[in-house]
Design a protein around this ligand. Structure first.
Ligand SMILES: *Cc1c(COP(=O)(O)O)cnc(C)c1O
Length: 467
């Protein structure tokens, strides 16, 4: 390949004027790609991918365009999908964000006295009510809640955090309980074994250097067989006798009985139950089974919650008015018996027959709109996800798409690059889309996206697609 084949920056920018991204962003990519190409040419390491520099630059720009945060149609059947932003918000929460986003609010102003007021006071009160706790506080996410608790209660004199080896877990990407402890300056006091920890193990580990007992809910996996660990109430009793703080990280924070939402679901411990069993503090996420925005809740004893709120680190972890607006509205739904309006709970509660009817109607319309696509319906299983109820699956229904060329992977890539992007999964050579996690109001957009992807088979670019 000859050096003169390298396009100029100006020419590249002209050719990419249709992309619809701000020019400085395109310019960065053009420069980066051209620098890379020149370096490869200089070191004689240019490869086949360098034959058409403009195509390469365009693919890089397209990858960035797709990385813009945008709505996605979730056909995976995983209800609380961390990669898709976990819980879609209830309508009331969206309205609340709309109402406060563009105007001033009483975020830290006490309207009764006309003085500076406390932040998030309503949310703290609502969380305490929902958890039947003396007091509550909210920070950015559950990981932040745990870090705050550890940094506050771990001291030089009392550096040890007692944790069962069965709970030294990793939750999602980059959240490993032992590493969180270490980063907070705590000394991990491991007890028991992977499968069995007894109350006597806890008893032996407690001493002058103990800051707290931490129990971590095994939210994203389960163990069966020769397993045992003492119930929260027994650990709480021991902690009280010995004057040691006892914190339980629940992760999911189901406010209501999950088994009542859908028969297939197991029971997830609720914050109220765990506090009633004697834990001093619990932590959980706002965007898992609560179904609200990303947030981390701390609930429990007033004295400890007050101390945490006064910690300088709490200031660094505080939520903004948009999150507080959404959380407040979501909590109001839970507290006034309208939890069925929380989208993830409605999705979990949806029965298979209604999903099948939706799938049939969609299949019929797709048959007319995209005659070249074979569309069928089949039984499937969906999951709660988000590190919640790992043992439970729900019967579900998928729409199965088979392109005429049999290349389901390519169809999947085109759908991911579409507008809006649609993500499903491949099984049995078909692209499957689980109806449980496809919002009803997305059905029109789904049909349009599938039609677009079916029409553009063959010649379409699949930027950042299967490699
Ligand atoms: C999900 C989870 C977390 C992390 O929560 P984030 O809100 O994502 O920070 C922590 N602990 C447990 C047990 C979890 O399941």
């Amino acid at each position: 390949m000859e050096l003169r084949a390298i396009p100029s920056v100006d020419r590249a920018l002209r050719e990419l004027s249709d992309v619809g991204l701000p020019r400085p962003l395109i310019l960065r990519i053009v420069r980066r790609e051209l620098d890379g190409l020149r370096a490869r040419l200089a070191s004689a390491s240019a490869g086949a991918g360098d034959a058409d520099p403009m195509a390469r630059i365009r693919a890089a720009v397209e990858t960035l365009r797709l990385a813009r945060l945008q709505p996605v149609i979730n056909g995976t059947g995983v209800v609380i999908h961390t990669n898709f932003g976990r819980s879609p918000l209830p309508g009331a929460a969206i309205d609340a964000i709309n109402a406060t986003a563009g105007v001033y609010t009483n975020l830290e102003f006490d309207l009764a006295s006309g003085q500076r007021g406390g932040r998030a006071e309503y949310v703290h009160e609502a969380l305490a009510a929902a958890c039947e706790a003396e007091s509550a506080a909210v920070v950015n996410n559950c990981a932040a809640a745990l870090v705050l608790i550890l940094r506050h209660f771990v001291t030089q004199e009392k550096p040890e955090v007692v944790l069962s080896r069965g709970e030294m877990v990793q939750i999602g990407g980059g959240f490993r309980v032992p590493e969180i402890l270490e980063s907070a300056g705590a000394t991990l006091r491991e007890i028991g074994t992977t499968n069995r920890t007894t109350l006597a193990d806890y008893e032996k580990a407690l001493g002058d250097r103990t800051a707290m007992i931490l129990k971590v809910h095994r939210s994203n996996f389960y163990m069966a067989g020769f397993v045992d660990s003492p119930p929260t109430s027994a650990i709480a009793e021991l902690a009280r006798q010995r004057g040691v703080l006892f914190v339980e990280d629940l992760g999911s924070g189901a406010l209501a009985a999950t088994e009542a939402i859908a028969q297939a679901l197991g029971h997830e411990p609720t914050p109220a139950e765990v506090l009633a069993a004697g834990a001093d503090l619990v932590t959980f996420s706002g965007d898992k089974l609560l179904g609200g925005p990303q947030a981390g809740v701390i609930a429990g004893r007033a004295e400890q919650v007050k101390a945490l709120r006064a910690d300088p680190l709490f200031r660094a972890l505080r939520c903004d008015k948009l999150v507080l607006s959404a959380l407040q509205a979501t909590l109001d739904l839970h507290l006034s018996g309208q939890a069925e309006q929380v989208p993830i709970l409605a999705m979990m509660a949806a029965d298979v027959d209604s999903l099948r009817r939706r799938a049939q109607a969609l299949a019929e319309r797709l048959g007319a709109a995209c005659p070249c696509l074979a569309v069928t319906i089949s039984d499937a299983t969906s999951q709660v996800g988000g590190g919640s109820l790992p043992k439970s699956t729900m019967l579900s229904i998928t729409l199965d798409l088979s392109p005429p060329d049999g290349k389901a992977e390519a169809l999947a890539a085109r759908l991911r690059a579409g507008d809006p992007p649609v993500v499903g999964y491949i099984s049995g050579g078909k692209l499957r889309l689980d109806l449980r996690t496809i919002l009803q109001e997305q059905e029109e957009a789904l049909i349009a996206a599938i039609r677009q992807a079916a029409d553009s088979s063959g010649g379409a670019r699949t930027p950042g697609g299967e490699e």
